[in-house]
Design a protein around this ligand. Sequence first.
Ligand code: KQY
Length: 379
Amino acid sequence: MDVEGKPSVLGYRMPAEWEPHSQCWIGWPERPDNWRDDAVYAQHVFVKVASAISKFEPVTVCASASQWANARSQLPKNIRVVEMSMNDSWFRDTGPTFVLCDRSSSSHKPEHKVAGIDWTFNAWGGPEEGCYQDWSLDVLVAKKILDIERIPRFQHDLILEGGSIHVDGEGTCITTEECLLNPNRNPNLTKEQIEDELKMYLGVRKVIWLPRGLFGDDDTNGHIDNICCFVKPGTVVLAWTDDESDPQYQRSVEAFSVLSNSTDACGRKIDIIKLHVPETLYITKEEAEGIRSEVSHDCDGKPRPLGTRLAASYVNFYIANGAIIAPAFGDEKRDREAYSVLTLAFPNHDVVMIEGAREICLGGGNIHCITQQQPASNV
Ligand code: KQY
C-alpha cells in the first residue's frame, strides 16, 4: 500500500543499523555475466553470509523461479526462501530503505510502525554508465518485499541506492559527493535539493558529505558503504591505508579531514577509527575467464577484465542483532587486524569474518551491499 507524504513529517526516521531487526533480506546471485562460473562460487559465499546472519536474526533469501530449488537446497532450513525475479542480487540497493516511527512524542501515530522507501534505481548510472542495460525487475524488488510484509511504501523519484547512505539513527547521514552528485544519478538536482530530500525521507537533520568513496569502486561511483560507516553515534570506521603511494591514500586522507572537521546532528565531534584495507587484490585470469561477458557478447553486464583492481574494504560489513558479519579476503595480517578493530569498535557484538568474501567483491560489492535489514516494529 502506498503512502502519500514525506516519511519524516509522519514521524518516521531511518534507524541505525545496530538498532533491533526483525529480519534480514538477501537476494540470490545467478547472472553469469557478473558472477563467475554461473555464480556457483558466489552462491557458496552468499550461503555462508546468510547462514552466519541467521544465527542472530531471521533471514529471507529471494531467488528466481529457476534458482529457487537450488537456493533452497543450499541454504539451511531456518532460512526462508521465497521466489522473486530480479536482474541481480544487491538488495542493499534494490530493496527498500526501511524507516521506523517510534517516537512516543510524535503527535502522529501511524497504524504501521515500519514503512519502506522505494527509491528509483537506474543500475548505478543508467544505460551509458551503469552495470547492465535491463533493470526492469530490480525496480520491483522493494515493492515486492514491502508487499510480502504488508508494509506501507513511500515511493520516491530520487535515483538513490541504499549503499550510498549511512545513518546514525540520531539525525546524521553520511554520503559521498562522488555518488550522489554524479550526473548519472540526479543531474537536475542541486546538492542542497538532494540534501533536503535525504532530510525529509530519512528523518535526518544533518548530512556529512565525504568527497569520494573507495578507490576502484567504479560500479557504484563510490558508495559510502565501502569506505565509511557509523559504529555508534559520534563514531565512524573509515577505510584506511598507510601506503602513501596507493591512490586510496588521498581518498582516505580527504575523508579523514572532512570527518574530523565535522560535527554530527547532535553537535558531537566525530571519532574516527581507521580500518586498514587488505593487500591490493586484482581479478585473476581464471576469474575473468569465468565471467560470461568475457567470453560471449550475449550478456549486457559491465566487463570485468583480468587485472582490474577490486574495491576491497572491511568497512562493507553487516550489523546483525548482536553480531558483525564482515568480509575476510585471505590476507592473514589485515583480516586479523580487521577482526580486532571491529571487536573493539563493537564490544557488545560477536564479530564473524566470512572467508571467501572476495567472490562478492568480484561482483562489485560486499556483505553490506547484499543485505537489507528490516527494523523490528515492537520497540
Ligand atoms: O555497493 C553496493 N551497494 C552494490 C554494488 C553493486 C555492484 C553491481 N555490480
